[in-house]
Design a protein around this ligand. Structure first.
Ligand SMILES: Cc1cc2nc3c(=O)[nH]c(=O)nc-3n(C[C@H](O)[C@H](O)[C@H](O)COP(=O)(O)OP(=O)(O)OC[C@H]3O[C@@H](n4cnc5c(N)ncnc54)[C@H](O)[C@@H]3O)c2cc1C
Ligand SMILES: *[C@@H]1O[C@H](CO)[C@@H](O)[C@H](O)[C@H]1NC(C)=O
Ligand SMILES: *[C@@H]1O[C@H](CO)[C@@H](O)[C@H](O)[C@H]1NC(C)=O
Ligand SMILES: *[C@@H]1O[C@H](CO)[C@@H](O)[C@H](O)[C@H]1NC(C)=O
Ligand SMILES: *[C@@H]1O[C@H](CO)[C@@H](O)[C@H](O)[C@H]1NC(C)=O
Ligand SMILES: *[C@@H]1O[C@H](CO)[C@@H](O)[C@H](O)[C@H]1NC(C)=O
Length: 620
C-alpha cells in the first residue's frame, strides 16, 4: 500500500527542480514575449481560419464522437474510453496547451493568443457600460483543455442548496447533493499542501485525476483579508464544504503549474488505443435523422469531413459553441432558424436563457505595504519550484462567500468576494476588458500596482437572462451574444452587488486593513459624476459602468423536464427528442451556482460517463 502510494507520488512530482539557468532564461523569454505580443495582438472576429470547401470525405466511424475537449469533454472522453471495446473520437478546434498555458500567472496575456476564441457581446444597456462600445468580452478557451487552458483555476463547486434546487429542476435525485458529492469526490485529488489553510476531508476526494491544492505562500495582503473577515465575525472555512466564510482559494494546479482539464483527465489515458483526439477540427453540423444522430460534419486543415456515429454524439463545445452547433444543425428556436433559412429539425429553446455571474471590478485599494518588485528571473525560479506569484492566476488568491439581504439566515451565499493581491491590474488588464480611455484613467491609471489590491464583488445567483443567436447560417461567423446582465426588473442582481460593495467597505475599516492604511482608490468615475461620490446612487451607476460577466456563461441548454418551460436536455443529459445526442458542458446548468463553473462542469462530465455506461449495461 505504502509502496503503491509512493509510486504514484513519484509519477506526479518532479524529482529534481528545473531551476537551472537555461530553463530560467527560456521562461524569462517566453513570459516577456507573451506580454509584448499581448500589446498588439488582434483578436479574431470570426472563425474563417477553419474555412474549408469541396466534397466531404469520410473520417471513419466511431461508437462515440465527443465534440470539444474542454472541461466537460475531457472528462466525458476519459470515462467513455474506459470501456475497451468502445472507440471514442474527440474533435477539438484548437491544439494542445504549452509551457505558456502552464504558467498560471500568464492568465491575462494568454487571452491575447490563439488559445482564446475571444467573442464579445452585442452593445449593452445595463452592464459593461465603461467598455468600448458598451461590449462585454467573452474570452473562451480554444484547445485541448478548452477554457481551463486560460481560466483563473479557482476550484469552487457551489453549495448544497444549489444542487437541492438542481434536483428539483431535473426531477431526478441524480442531481441532488448526495449524488453530486460522490462525483466531486470521484474526480478530485485534494492535496492539503498548506496546513494553515482549512480542509474538511469528509468533503474531498484524494484518488481522482483533478488535483486541488492551495497556492503558497500567502501574501501579507491576503493575510490581512482573512484577518479582516475574522474581525467582522466571518469564519475561515473550507468553502467546498457548504460553509459560509472566507479562505485562500483552492486551485487546480500541480506544484504551481496549471492543471488544465485535458492534462488532468486525458493525458493519463492517452495511450488507450480506443481513444483518438483529432485537433484543429472545427465541427459545423450534426446530421440527424428522425431523432437519431448519424454523423458529425467538420473541417480539418482546409478539408471537409464527416464521421459516422455508431452509438452517441456527446456535445461539449461549451455554453457558446454547443448552442451554435445545435442551431447550425437545425436544433433551436423555430422562428430564429426559419429567419436564417436553416431547416428546422427540432424546435427547442437553445441559447434562450444565457446566464452568468456578474462581476463588479471597480474596488481597487491602495495600501502602504509594497509588494517587493524583483527581477522576473526570481519569479521564474520560484515558479519552477511550484511557489510564488507566478504559480497563481492573476494573484487570484482568496475568496469569501456571504449571504445578501435576500438570503440572510438561510446559509445560502449570494455574494462572493474574490481577493486579488498586489499587481491585480496592468495595461493588459485594461486591454483585456477593452475599457474606454476615460474608464481606464478614472479606475486604474494612477494606481501604484505593487501597493494595491483589488476585491472583485460577484453576484452568485443572477436572475437576469441573455441570449445566444446566430448572425446567419454561415458556420464561420461568430454568434451574437446578448449578455443582458443586471437587467432584472426587480433590480435584485445589482442590489446584491451593491451590498457586496458595502461589505468590502466594511472590511477596509477593520484593524487588519487599517494597519496597512488601506484606502479605496479608483474613482470617482466621471461617468457617474452627477451622483455624490460613494452615495448609493453613485454605486449603482459605477456598477453598471465597471461590471462584466465573470466569464461563466452557462444555462444555454438548460436541464429540465419540459422544453415548453425552457429545458433543452433532460436529466440524462439528452437533448429532447433525440435518442443518442447528449450535452456534457456548462450549457446544461439550469441556473448559476454559488461557485465557479469548472468543478461542476467536471461533475457533469463524470455523470455523463456513468449515464452512458448505464444505458449500455456496462459496469460503473
Ligand atoms: C478568463 C476566465 C477565467 C475563468 N476562471 C474560472 C475559475 O477560476 N474557476 C472556474 O471554475 N471557472 C472559471 N472560468 C470558467 C470555466 O473555465 C468554464 O466555465 C469551463 O471551463 C467551461 O467548460 P465547458 O466544458 O463548458 O467548455 P470549454 O472548457 O470552453 O470547452 C469547450 C471546447 O469546445 C471547443 N469547441 C467550441 N466550438 C467548437 C467547434 N465548433 N468545433 C470543435 N470544437 C469546438 C473549444 O475550443 C473548447 O476546447 C473562467 C473562464 C474564463 C474565460
Ligand atoms: C517547455 O519547457 C521545458 C522546460 O521546462 C523545455 O524542456 C521544453 O522544450 C519546452 N517546450 C517547448 C515546446 O518549447
Ligand atoms: C535557483 O537556483 C539558483 C542557483 O542555483 C539559486 O541561487 C536559487 O536560490 C534557486 N532558487 C530557488 C527559488 O530555489
Ligand atoms: C508587479 O508590478 C510591477 C510594476 O508594474 C512589476 O515590476 C513586477 O514585476 C510585478 N510583479 C509580478 C510578480 O508580476
Ligand atoms: C502603514 O500605515 C499604518 C496606519 O496608518 C501605520 O501604522 C504603519 O506604520 C504604516 N506602515 C508603513 C510600512 O508605512
Ligand atoms: C494613508 O493613505 C492616505 C491615502 O493614500 C494618505 O493620504 C495618508 O497620509 C496615509 N496615512 C498614513 C498614516 O500613512
Amino acid at each position: 500500500m505504502i509502496a503503491n502510494l509512493l509510486a504514484v507520488f513519484l509519477l506526479v512530482v518532479p524529482l529534481h527542480s528545473q531551476n537551472d539557468s537555461a530553463t530560467v532564461e527560456y521562461y524569462v523569454q517566453l513570459i516577456t514575449d507573451l506580454y509584448k505580443n499581448g500589446e498588439t495582438y488582434k483578436w479574431p472576429t470570426d472563425a474563417y481560419e477553419y474555412y474549408s470547401d469541396g466534397k466531404r470525405q469520410q473520417y471513419g466511424s466511431y461508437d462515440f464522437v465527443v465534440i470539444g475537449a474542454g472541461a466537460g469533454g475531457s472528462v466525458a472522453a476519459s470515462r467513455l474510453s474506459e470501456i475497451e471495446n468502445w472507440n471514442v473520437l474527440v474533435l477539438e478546434a484548437g491544439g494542445y496547451g504549452d509551457n505558456a498555458t502552464d504558467v498560471p500567472n500568464l492568465y491575462t496575456p494568454i487571452e491575447f493568443s490563439h488559445y482564446n476564441w475571444a467573442y464579445n457581446s452585442t452593445p449593452q444597456k445595463t452592464c459593461c457600460l465603461g467598455a468600448r462600445n458598451q461590449l462585454c468580452l467573452y474570452p473562451r478557451g480554444k484547445g485541448v483543455g478548452g477554457t481551463t487552458l486560460i481560466n483563473g483555476l479557482v476550484y469552487a463547486r457551489g453549495y448544497k442548496s444549489d444542487f437541492d434546487k438542481w434536483e428539483k429542476f431535473a426531477n431526478d435525485k441524480r442531481w441532488g447533493y448526495d449524488s453530486v458529492l460522490h462525483y466531486f469526490k470521484k474526480s478530485e485529488n485534494f492535496v492539503h499542501n498548506d496546513k494553515q489553510a482549512p480542509y474538511d476531508p469528509s468533503y474531498h476526494g484524494t484518488g481522482g485525476y483533478l488535483r486541488v491544492e492551495y497556492h503558497q505562500p500567502n501574501s501579507p495582503q491576503l493575510n490581512a483579508f482573512l484577518e479582516a473577515n475574522k474581525e467582522l465575525g466571518f469564519d475561515i472555512v473550507d468553502y467546498n464544504a457548504n460553509k459560509l466564510g472566507a479562505s485562500q482559494s483552492q486551485i487546480n494546479t500541480i506544484n504551481g503549474r496549471r492543471l488544465d482539464g485535458a492534462k488532468a483527465f486525458l493525458r493519463p489515458v492517452r495511450q488507450r488505443k480506443n481513444l483518438e483526439i483529432l485537433t484543429h477540427s472545427y465541427v459545423k453540423k450534426i446530421l440527424t435523422d428522425k431523432g437519431v444522430a448519424k454523423a458529425v460534419e467538420f473541417s480539418h486543415k482546409g478539408k471537409n469531413y464527416f464521421v459516422e456515429v455508431k452509438k452517441e454524439v456527446i456535445l461539449a463545445a461549451g455554453a457558446i459553441g454547443t448552442s451554435q452547433i445545435l442551431m447550425w444543425s437545425g436544433i433551436g428556436p423555430k422562428q430564429h432558424l426559419e429567419d436564417l433559412k436553416i431547416d428546422v429539425v427540432a424546435d427547442l429553446p437553445v441559447g434562450t436563457a444565457l446566464r452568468d455571474n456578474t462581476l463588479f471590478y471597480g474596488l481597487t485599494v491602495h495600501t502602504n505595504y509594497t509588494e517587493p518588485v524583483r527581477p522576473l528571473r526570481d519569479y521564474v525560479e520560484e515558479y519552477l519550484n511550484g511557489v510564488g506569484p507566478f504559480a497563481i492566476a492573476n494573484n487570484n488568491a482568496g475568496v469569501g462567500f456571504y449571504e445578501s439581504s435576500y438570503t440572510k439566515g438561510t446559509g445560502i451565499p449570494d455574494i462572493e468576494l474574490e481577493f486579488i493581491a498586489a499587481n491585480a491590474t496592468s495595461s493588459l488588464s485594461a486591454r483585456s476588458l477593452e475599457l474606454t480611455e476615460e474608464t481606464y484613467e478614472d479606475l486604474w491609471k494612477n494606481i501604484n500596482v505593487p501597493q494595491s489590491f483589488t476585491v472583485y464583488v460577484v453576484s452568485l445567483h443572477d436572475v437576469s437572462k441573455g441570449t445566444i443567436r446566430l448572425k446567419s447560417r454561415n458556420p464561420y461567423e461568430y454568434p451574437m451574444i446578448d449578455t443582458n446582465l443586471l437587467s432584472d426588473s426587480g433590480n435584485k442582481d445589482i442590489r446584491v452587488l451593491y451590498e457586496g460593495v458595502q461589505l468590502v467597505l466594511k472590511l477596509l475599516k477593520t484593524k487588519a486593513f487599517r494597519a496597512m492604511n488601506a484606502t479605496l482608490q479608483g474613482g470617482p468615475l466621471r461617468a457617474c459624476r452627477k451622483h455624490e461620490y460613494l452615495s448609493e446612487d453613485y454605486w449603482y451607476c459605477a456598477i453598471r459602468q465597471v461590471s462584466s460577466n465573470l466569464y461563466h456563461p452557462l444555462g444555454t441548454c438548460p436541464m429540465g423536464t419540459d422544453p415548453k418551460k425552457g429545458a433543452v436536455v433532460d436529466s440524462k443529459l439528452k437533448v429532447f427528442g433525440f435518442r443518442n445526442l447528449r450535452v456534457a458542458d456548462a450549457s446544461v446548468f439550469p441556473f448559476p451556482l454559488a461557485g465557479h463553473p469548472n468543478a461542476p462542469t467536471v461533475m457533469v462530465g463524470e455523470q455523463l460517463g456513468d449515464l452512458v455506461k448505464l444505458t449500455y449495461n456496462k459496469k460503473l
